[in-house]
Design a binder for this molecule. Structure first.
Ligand SMILES: Nc1nc2c(ncn2[C@@H]2O[C@H](COP(=O)(O)OP(=O)(O)OP(=O)(O)O)[C@@H](O)[C@H]2O)c(=O)[nH]1
Ligand SMILES: [Mg+2]
Length: 304
């Protein structure tokens, strides 16, 4: 795109077409100039995560409805590693949130995570920052699970909502290490099923509690398909947004992001082809040692 300033202004003015086009450019690592023009933003990101099929998209659909009632503009990113499989999750998200398709206050974008196992999207940090430039009042990111995410949703979202279902009961100890720690709000969805209340109680009892210098994480039982208690989820998200120690969290989030971006940029400089050529020569020498070879590359750039 010719003029990044104009492009950015269009995004700021709420032009969703330009926003969509820009996200595609970012996905292809083709928007560096625009990224450098982005203004600072204090917009809060809401992360919705949880196991596959827990009802995250259905809940997001309900959240959109609540925010629209409040006359807000909503931007949604759905990152879906499962789209690599045959379930067609991207299509699923579209269908579930279909009713917003022509709503001028709602922008929904699905991002395939290109088979990154359990990971978020490689350019999600940048895409989120572009979203922040648009006039959204709320920005929601849906992502599957925590697992071995390359970039943890918690490092991206100011408020993380973990959606679980009653059947997860047996796995709860296992989840403690991952999802439990990142949750700011717990949702026990599919509460029309057996065991929901018991499960919610168990979750509540596992909250870190005041002794760990951390608040008790609220647990809300929902039936996303009927919109039951979705309002409560909105309320708890708001409470969390208001009480967060913004300065500390901001520094933490920016540090995480900077770390990951530097990591990516550094690796961009490394060309395997170039490396192979160098090794091809180096390894024929009798005193070749991989560790000394690597040491010699510290601080050096490997352009091809
Ligand atoms: N019984 C019941 N079914 C629900 C509820 N919420 C969602 N579902 C159903 O659960 C299925 C999965 O819902 P989604 O919203 O796509 O779940 P998801 O977590 O976004 O799924 P992935 O993005 O594929 O991980 C759909 O068939 C929904 O209709 C609920 O509260 N009760
Ligand atoms: Mg989904």
């Amino acid at each position: 795109m010719a003029n990044e300033k104009e492009q950015l202004q269009q995004i700021i003015d709420g032009d969703f077409k330009t926003l969509a086009r820009t996200i595609s450019l970012v996905e292809n690592n083709n928007a560096d100039a625009l990224l450098k023009l982005l203004p600072t933003s204090d917009k809060k990101i809401i992360g919705i995560t949880g196991p596959p099929g827990a009802g995250k998209s259905t809940l997001v659909d309900g959240l959109i409805a609540e925010y629209i009632k409040e006359q807000k503009k909503v931007g949604v990113l759905c990152i879906d590693p499962s789209s690599a499989f045959s379930r067609g999750a991207i299509l699923g998200d579209r269908i579930r949130m279909n009713r917003w398709h022509n709503n001028e206050n709602v922008f929904i974008r699905s991002l395939a995570s290109r088979g990154n196992s359990g990971g978020l999207h490689p350019t999600i940090i940048e895409i989120t920052d572009v979203m922040k430039a648009a006039p959204f009042d709320e920005i929601i990111i849906e992502t599957v699970g925590a697992g071995q995410t390359e970039i943890d949703i918690a490092a991206l979202a100011d408020t993380t909502v973990v959606v679980l279902v009653p059947e997860a009961g047996d796995d709860i100890q296992m989840m403690k290490a991952g999802l439990m720690e990142i949750a700011d709000v717990f949702v026990v969805n599919k509460s029309d099923r057996d065991g929901a209340i018991k499960f919610a109680h168990n979750l509540l009892s596992m909250s870190p509690g005041p002794s760990t210098n951390y608040k008790i994480v609220p647990v809300i039982t929902t039936v996303a398909t009927k919109g039951t208690n979705v309002e409560d989820v909105v309320g708890n998200i708001k409470s969390h947004q208001n009480i967060t120690d913004t300065t500390k969290k901001k520094v933490n989030l920016l540090t995480e992001k900077a770390y990951l971006l530097i990591q990516q940029k550094r690796m961009n400089d490394v060309s395997k082809i170039f490396l192979a050529e160098e090794i091809n020569t180096a390894c024929t020498k009798e005193d070749f040692n991989l560790y000394r070879f690597v040491e010699s590359y510290r601080g050096r750039l490997l352009f091809n």
